[in-house]
Design a protein around this ligand. Structure first.
Ligand code: UD1
Length: 431
């Protein structure tokens, strides 16, 4: 009997990244825009869709609900054939948090929606109260039975003013999706302002929705009778872009990112600037270059909803802060359990004093290769950043997490000169 080797990334560090690359479309825009296809009977085309596990799994969910799709060359064509009452299979719901995004569209179209507990990264409690309170405000009855959420609105949803307790990203998206076909006007107050919300609203407006204010605290939606299909290009992935900038800085590299939206990365660019890393902007382009002997200095950061510093870049940024001079305090304020990378970073030799949600990073510490495990998408990216900056060979397990959210981070890094290789069978990745 042959043992199956768990795949891992083998990285030989201390190679300065150098070169030009084009980033991928945004994971967190792809998923809500795919959910929007449940709102129409017409086909839609989405362009610049990243080839990642979460997209494939979401397409499987859509297929169960009556939407067939083709995915080729980063384009998805979705063909609804009569959206049916139904719910994502529990295993698929549990595979990604965004599975819950089918609730809003199914509820408004069929009067009934249900979903098992959505999964995704294990980084905190991740309740759904904002989504559920919003559905109730729009007139639905909602109950939770054995971990399954069931929402009913047999006479349809009615527009309302709803103040979100917290500007939840998926919560805002779910309510936006539902409100497009509700009767009358909905106002979402204290809505999330992430660029992915704007991307979704643009797609919906192209389908005939009447949404204004997306990207602001208050979004107004005037319900319409029906929606047509869309032909929509996603925004670039700001988290992938940010991860690559951070990796370039950590290796004191010289990298040009193309196809980016610098305006979506202001908080990160500000923090990089405080450390002394200079990033030059051009339209849709960012150039980062860090001299071999440049002195980089500590900075404090706290993750917050957009336009604050993205929680999804907190872990990679923490890895970079091990390489700057002085003491940095990193305050995670979005998720209560998003510090699982700290213990693993210490295995490289990082000097980090744990302090609940606000650890202190003392640098610079020369890192050396280590065998570590990523526990979620961004924690795994952070360990890759550390390994790139470490002397000698590292092994990073948790490859399955990375492939959920990055189309080909290892390939991109290799193209920039990193010595990174996937060892083990790719077939064992999807679990
Ligand atoms: C989305 C992103 C994820 C990112 C996060 C924050 C997708 C697919 N995922 O996740 O990559 O890290 O935004 O930028 O877009 N909360 C509640 N009640 C709710 C919902 C959320 O209390 O009903 C809390 C969460 O526990 C968390 C905070 O709000 O502490 C942020 O969560 P939320 O904005 O909902 O994140 P997601 O939409 O799940």
């Amino acid at each position: 009997m042959s043992a199956v080797t768990e795949p891992y990334f083998k990285i030989d560090g201390l190679r300065r990244l150098n070169g030009v690359l084009r980033v991928n479309g945004a994971k967190n825009a792809a998923l809500p825009c795919l959910a929007a296809s449940l709102l129409s009977d017409e086909p839609s085309r989405l362009r610049w869709v990243p080839d990642i596990e979460d997209v494939h799994r979401f397409l499987e969910i859509l297929s169960v609900l009556g939407v067939e799709s083709e995915f080729e060359d980063n384009e998805v064509v979705v063909r609804p054939s009569g959206v049916c009452e139904g719910s994502p299979p529990d295993a698929l719901a549990a595979a990604l948090r965004a599975s819950f995004l089918v609730m809003g569209p199914l509820l408004v179209r069929t009067g009934m929606a249900s979903c098992g507990t959505p999964g995704g990264d294990v980084i905190g409690a991740r309740p759904l109260d904002v989504h559920l309170a919003g559905f109730r405000a729009l007139g639905a009855e909602v109950e939770s039975v054995g971990g399954r959420t069931i929402a009913r609105a047999p006479t349809g949803l009615r527009g309302a003013t709803f103040v979100l307790d917290y500007p939840s990203v998926l919560g805002t998206e779910n309510l936006l999706l539902a409100a497009t076909l509700a009767k009358g006007r909905t106002r979402l107050v204290n809505a999330a302002m992430e660029p992915e919300i704007v991307c979704l609203a643009d797609a919906l407006n192209q389908m005939g929705a009447r949404i204004s204010g997306a990207g602001d605290h208050t979004i107004t939606i005037d319900g319409v009778e029906r929606l047509s299909g869309a032909d929509h290009e996603l925004i670039p992935d700001r988290i992938e872009s940010g991860s690559l900038l951070i990796a370039a800085a950590a290796t004191r590299g010289q990298v040009c990112l193309q196809g980016v939206r610098p305006d979506h990365l202001e908080a990160l660019l500000g923090k990089l600037g405080e450390t002394g890393v200079e990033v030059r902007r051009a339209p849709a382009q960012l150039d980062i270059g860090v001299g071999a002997n440049a002195r980089l200095l500590a900075t404090n950061l706290q993750s917050l909803p957009y336009p604050g510093f993205a929680t999804d870049l907190q872990a990679p940024m923490t890895a970079l802060l091990t390489q700057v001079e002085g003491t940095s305090v990193v305050h995670e304020r979005v998720f209560e359990n998003r510090m699982q990378h700290l213990g693993e970073l210490r295995k490289f030799g990082a000097n980090i004093i744990a302090g609940g949600a606000a650890p202190v990073v003392i640098g610079p510490t020369p890192l050396s290769g280590a065998v570590v495990r990523g526990t979620d998408i961004r924690a795994t990216a952070a360990l890759i950043v550390a390994a790139l900056a470490a002397e000698g060979e590292s092994r990073i397990y948790g490859v399955n997490h990375l492939s959920r959210g990055y189309a080909d981070l290892a390939g991109q890094l290799r193209g920039l000169g990193a010595d990174i290789e996937l060892v083990g069978s790719a077939d064992t990745l999807a679990n």
